[in-house]
Design a protein around this ligand. Sequence first.
Ligand code: UTP
Length: 291
Amino acid sequence: MAQLVKKAVIPAAGLGTRVLPISKACPKEMLPIVDKPAIQYIVEEAVAAGITDILIITNRGKGVIEDHFDHAIELEERLEASGRTEELEAVRRITDMANMYFLRQKETKGLGHAVNCARCFVGDEPFAVLYGDDVIIGDDPACGQLCRAYEKHGKGVVGIKEVTPEQIVKYCSLAVEKLDDRVYSVSDMIEKPSLDQVMSNFSILGRCVLPPDIFDILDNTPPGAGGEIQLTDAMRTLAVRDGMIGVDYTGTRYDMGNKLGILQATCEVALSRKDLGPAFAAYLKELVSKL
Ligand code: UTP
């Protein structure tokens, strides 16, 4: 059977105020983890999950994201002429891995508003949303785990993780009931709950797969926490109406929207690399011994 979920949307139009000053002129989605920008890991995850068409939501000043996924003719010619085939392949693969589309969110009105900009691209199909500042690294792509759950249950799916009581009030809280190993039914959710509104310490982190009905719901979702149109508020309507599925996905998530997350991603990915890992580990051991 052909895969049902073939399209993905990556919202990358946020202002990135938590990682200023770098995000003033450099999109946080382009921050490097060793030698690749964060958003390339996210696109690679979607492609590994069988996604063929990817829309990145950008805004003013984020044109460098488009450049990264476009051909760089002069560079490619130079690499070809000098026989640097490995680098040439790496550069070309970025452009060729999926059909890439770009759209500007003209005002920064929240994640829900950014996703709603994708209506024409998505049409009448289910689609995946991969948050542009959440990199997830694992053997089984998180996006694919959610797509499989969508195909099995026929309901919207959110990627979930248990967080600490201190963190839950900054994220969103879900009402969940366990169905299977790592799979839950989700009947309610709330963005940035106060302590007495917390339903569980499970929160949505970085990924979801949604039916196209979400667009009509988003059209009728008023601004919520922070005066922004919250995707969580629209998904709440869906969860209460039809029920949703939560998948506690495997893989390590790095929050590239906060400074500590960026440092953790850099260290852990560098340590896992065959070419850099041993030398970097030796350097870190030396450094730590002096702390
Ligand atoms: P965040 O809330 O983490 O991003 O949104 P932000 O607004 O850039 O963060 P801070 O608080 O100012 O540091 C999650 C994802 O949604 C995108 C962001 O780019 C990020 O990938 N987003 C957010 C949009 O595309 N548009 C928006 O209006 C808001």
